[in-house]
Design a protein around this ligand. Structure first.
Ligand SMILES: NC(=O)c1ccc[n+]([C@@H]2O[C@H](COP(=O)([O-])OP(=O)(O)OC[C@H]3O[C@@H](n4cnc5c(N)ncnc54)[C@H](OP(=O)(O)O)[C@@H]3O)[C@@H](O)[C@H]2O)c1
Length: 352
């Protein structure tokens, strides 16, 4: 319903943009100058109306909770939504472990976060989700060196990676967005259980609704287009989170998913370059800033009312319903089992 209204509003605004700006000379010739002027002004009213509506819908994390003494791991914390999340959590006093692929870039982001928040407990650790060895090395180091892990935010994600296979013989897009975060979460869940109360957050996407998901093609042996790889991986995020929430029920570890909202970041790079200027314009004009997009992750990580809430999906700091498929428990179980086999999860690695 909400998505349908969004779509209606945008189509309406877009129609007026096309009529009022792009086709203005044609409208003037066919309908005359008066109608043309009306359409032109309607365009501006439509644009301003759409913008006001969408800004009012943007949920902000109102919680004043401080997280001093807590340790938060955020993957992909060197740019986009992840960096804003790290900044907000550092402001609130948490120790931050930025789990990033590009250490040099992450160091620059860390220096900025320390300068802006005056919180010196911000560290960069190398993590490449496209390598199972890197994930295991990162997780083992955390298990050995950190006293506790209170919050894990699986934020990193990527698109436009093509149809390559990684050294682990996994589809690269599925590995970075689904298999990697799945393995990382499984490896750290035991530590988080010992650190309870603790929270695991998966940054998924509302676009999981568009997934044409086939459990027999989880590793994309049959070629999928870029968009479907992304949609399916984001659906898998929710199923894995729900399955883990069930497994961890009663342990003090909660597992929830978020849709951050739409914001122009490199997430959109998989769309054709010709579309990029228009996409950038529309997303920047109508949708969220990175700061706004980070709000639901922050909310899921700290809000007091969510202490015992697990297996839910949030957007704009409110619970929303994921797709029917995302709630299919049998399918989620199969995704879990198949993923465990594909990442070679050993019984001794599961400590929860
Ligand atoms: N932007 C949106 O509209 C939107 C909407 C719904 C959901 N999301 C989700 O929000 C999350 C954050 O995305 P964003 O929009 O902030 O995009 P972004 O600016 O591209 O950030 C993605 C982060 O993930 C990291 N990453 C990519 N591949 C990695 C790998 N192999 N190993 C470790 N880290 C890796 C990136 O690191 P590098 O800098 O090294 O590439 C970057 O830090 C993603 O999960 C995305 O799917 C975004």
């Amino acid at each position: 319903m909400f998505a349908a209204f969004h779509t209606f509003l945008l189509s309406w605004a877009l129609m007026f943009v096309i009529l009022g700006v792009v086709l203005k000379p044609a409208v003037e010739v066919i309908m005359g100058p008066v109608v043309s002027r009306i359409v032109f002004w309607m365009t501006y009213i439509a644009l301003i109306g759409a913008k006001i509506y969408l800004k009012r819908k943007t949920g902000m994390c109102e919680s004043r909770v401080r997280v001093i003494g807590k340790t938060t791991i955020i993957t992909g914390a060197d740019s986009g939504i992840g960096k804003e999340t790290a900044l907000a959590m550092a402001y609130r006093g948490s120790k931050i472990i930025m789990a990033c692929r590009d250490v040099e870039k992450a160091n620059k982001a860390r220096d900025e976060i320390i300068r802006r928040t005056e919180n010196k407990k911000v560290e960069v650790h190398h993590l490449d989700l496209a390598s199972l060895a890197s994930i295991r090395k990162f997780a083992n180091n955390i298990i050995d060196t950190e006293i506790k892990v209170d919050i894990l935010i699986n934020n990193a994600g990527a698109t436009g990676l093509g149809n390559k296979r990684t050294a682990d013989n996994l589809h690269i897009g599925m590995q970075v967005n689904h298999f990697g975060p799945f393995l990382l979460t499984c490896l750290l869940a035991g530590k988080m259980k010992k650190s309870a109360p603790s929270r695991i957050i998966m940054v998924s996407s509302y676009l999981h609704h568009c997934a044409k998901f086939d459990i027999d093609n989880l590793n994309c042996e049959k070629k999928l287009n870029e968009s479907q790889v992304y949609f399916c991986s984001k659906l898998a995020n929710i199923m894995i989170a729900n399955e883990l929430a069930k497994k961890l029920k009663g342990t003090g570890v909660t597992v929830n998913c978020v849709h951050p909202g739409l914001v122009y970041t490199r997430t959109w790079r998989y769309l054709p370059s010709k579309l990029q200027p228009a996409l950038k314009y529309i997303l920047t004009m109508f949708f969220k800033t990175e700061f706004e997009a980070a709000q639901t992750s922050i909310f899921a990580a700290i809000d007091k009312d969510l202490e015992d809430v697990t297996g839910k999906f949030f957007c704009d700091c409110k619970e929303i319903k994921p797709s029917h498929k995302a709630l299919n428990e049998d399918l989620a179980k199969k995704v879990w089992e198949k993923s465990a086999v594909l990442v070679g999860l050993k019984p001794e690695e599961i400590d929860f």
